[in-house]
Write a new protein. Structure first.
Length: 167
């Protein structure tokens, strides 16, 4: 029994040493990674600083008028693609509206509500079904729209839903 305890203690010590070694290696890798990352960050900051100094030196050599003209050219070049895109979107919207108005005005005059109740390509009807006379006027009655699949009757008047709470 004492031999088994000794073996268990030795195994536990070996496991603890291995865990400590792994933890130490992780810390070392993290430190190396952080120093590398901070070195890369430092290099990037130095590059940005050099670029800013170069730009400042360039601007000092240019007259204020040249600097202003250069800025105006850059801004107008940035604005042009945006303006063209906005114009194209507006034209597309206007064309779409014109097509919708044309389609609406092409509906037959004999049917003042347009295509309500017309069959679509699948043969389903989207017409409004009348409320049965037996339930008309009752507090829980509602107008139902026929479901194209015939699976569900959908209430269309939320005002006829019974109130919640004490009446």
């Amino acid at each position: 029994l004492t031999g088994a305890r000794q073996e268990a203690a030795v195994a536990r010590l070996a496991r603890e040493r291995a865990e400590a070694t792994v933890a130490g290696m992780r810390r070392l890798v993290e430190e190396l990674y952080m120093s590398r990352a901070s070195g890369q960050l430092e290099q990037a900051l130095q590059d940005k600083l050099k670029a800013l100094l170069h730009l400042q030196h360039q601007q000092q050599q240019q007259s204020p008028q040249e600097t202003y003209q250069h800025q105006q050219q850059q801004e107008s070049q940035q604005r042009r693609p945006q303006q063209q895109q906005q114009q194209q979107q507006q034209q597309q919207q206007q064309q779409q509206r014109a097509a919708e108005v044309g389609a609406a005005s092409a509906a037959p005059a004999a049917e003042p509500l347009g295509n309500l109740g017309a069959h679509d390509s699948s043969g389903s009807s989207f017409a409004f079904a009348p409320t049965p006379a037996s339930s008309a006027g009752t507090p829980r009655s509602a107008t139902y729209m026929s479901d194209p699949t015939g699976d569900v009757a959908i209430p269309t008047l939320a005002a006829e839903i019974p109130p919640v709470g004490p009446v």
